[in-house]
Design a protein around this ligand. Structure first.
Ligand SMILES: Cc1ncc(COP(=O)(O)O)c(C=O)c1O
Length: 399
């Protein structure tokens, strides 16, 4: 008998995989999307991306790079000119961030995994603020860490951080804090005062902060051009890693390009980790990133204005439906809402696909704290799609 086909005493097949991998939950968003397999009449708002393609000026830069034969390996930490351009871009938004603190990565999720690999191993204690895009906690779990979840709380029409609960959960034994703001799925955003309190506390406990700020530009607050960032308040040698991405603010989800800001002292180690994961981001994709940054001052504000129109189209229409309550998102590109009496979000999301031709993500995909909620991505080239989606939901609720 081969090892792969060994049968456990319980009778279940032993996959031969590590337990942490064997036990990973499958994506519940995919489960809903699979329910629509073979149908082209479903209006889908389940994934976290716009239906609008990457701007032409960014695509052109990649095409030129390929035409010029830039098809070779590059430096582990990214093209020096891209790291310099990122340094200028970030320094325009935050405190100065030098290029030697920036690693170019093959997507935001790759940056998250690199940071997690660098920081935690089997048995380490990790605290995560939830509900949360499941990849962050799954990555820590793959590496064998134990994740303690601290839940945001719904107060009135918004999700709020229970600071006392969070600080109580982060002790001297906590190796890493996972925090994503603006948050996917709730739209909750950290305030500057909350960030400062978290940073001060983590300095005392020696805990690393992994701040997922991929939605920092997708922010609807009055304070300016981006959400409050840990980069505004931290020192370069703080135990802080910040993950960002080209995906959301430049409509580049399919390109797989992101970056990580980390203390300069760990960059050599990060370069080694990148070598053993992906070795480098493709050069023509990095050229697209350079073009995106060169056009950022014009492009990003216009994209955010369009996303705001989408948000302002969807939110009031959803809120006006009977039985629906919706938390107003301060950032991100999701309406997170619940329908009274529909407590099983996966079953309800599948029912909406089957019976209303409407595709939205079930809250349970983001953790048990979000059960009973639904996530609707409002990033669309055409706000009328959102109105048609609401019409389908209203028709279903009226039945
Ligand atoms: C909170 C959060 N972090 C990170 C990512 C990863 O983005 P990407 O891997 O496309 O850069 C996403 C994508 O949906 C996200 O929602």
């Amino acid at each position: 008998m081969t090892q792969a086909s060994t049968t456990k005493e319980s009778g279940s097949k032993d996959s031969g995989l590590r337990r942490a991998v064997d036990h990973l939950p499958a994506s519940k968003i995919r489960e809903v999307a699979n329910a629509a397999m073979g149908r082209d009449d479903v209006l889908a708002f389940w994934f976290g991306e716009s239906d609008e393609a990457t701007p032409q000026f960014i695509r052109d830069a990649a095409t030129r790079s390929i035409a010029e034969g830039e098809t070779f390996y590059a430096h582990n930490l990214g093209l020096p000119e891209l790291r310099e351009a990122l340094s200028r871009y970030l320094s325009g938004l935050h405190r100065p961030v030098s290029a030697d603190r920036i690693a170019v990565t093959s997507s935001g999720v790759n940056a998250l995994m690199l940071a997690t690999q660098a920081l935690v191993g089997a048995g380490d204690e990790v605290v995560a603020v939830v509900p949360l895009w499941p990849n962050l906690t799954a990555q820590a779990a793959i590496l064998g860490a134990n994740v303690t979840r601290v839940s945001l709380k719904v107060q009135g029409a918004a999700w709020r951080l229970d600071m006392a609960a969070l600080l109580a959960a982060i002790t001297d034994r906590t190796r890493l804090l996972l925090i994503n703001a603006p948050n996917n799925p709730t739209g909750w955003t950290l305030t500057r005062a909350e960030q400062q309190a978290i940073l001060d506390h983590c300095r005392r406990t020696g805990t690393w902060i992994l701040a997922d700020e991929v939605y920092e530009r997708v922010f609807f607050g009055a304070e300016g051009q981006c959400a409050p960032s840990f980069l505004d308040i931290a020192e370069p040698d703080d135990r802080l890693m910040v993950v960002q991405s080209f995906s959301k603010s430049f409509l580049m989800t399919g390109w797989r390009l992101g970056w990580l800001v980390a203390p300069p002292t760990i960059m050599d180690a990060l370069a080694k980790l990148i070598e053993f994961n992906t070795s480098c981001a493709p050069v023509f994709v990095q050229r697209a990133g350079l073009a995106a940054l060169a056009g950022a001052a014009d492009f990003v504000p216009s994209l955010i204005a369009r996303l705001k129109t989408c948000r302002d189209t969807l939110l009031p229409q959803l809120a006006a439906l009977p039985r629906v309550s919706v938390a107003v998102p301060e950032g991100g590109m999701y309406a997170f809402f619940r329908v009274e009496g529909e407590d099983d979000s996966l079953a309800f999301a599948k029912q909406l696909v089957r019976e209303a031709g409407l595709g939205i993500a079930p809250g349970i995909a983001f953790g048990p704290e979000a059960e009973g909620w639904l996530r609707w991505c409002f990033a669309s080239r055409n706000p009328q799609r959102l109105t048609e989606g609401v019409r389908r939901l209203a028709g279903h609720l009226a039945r």
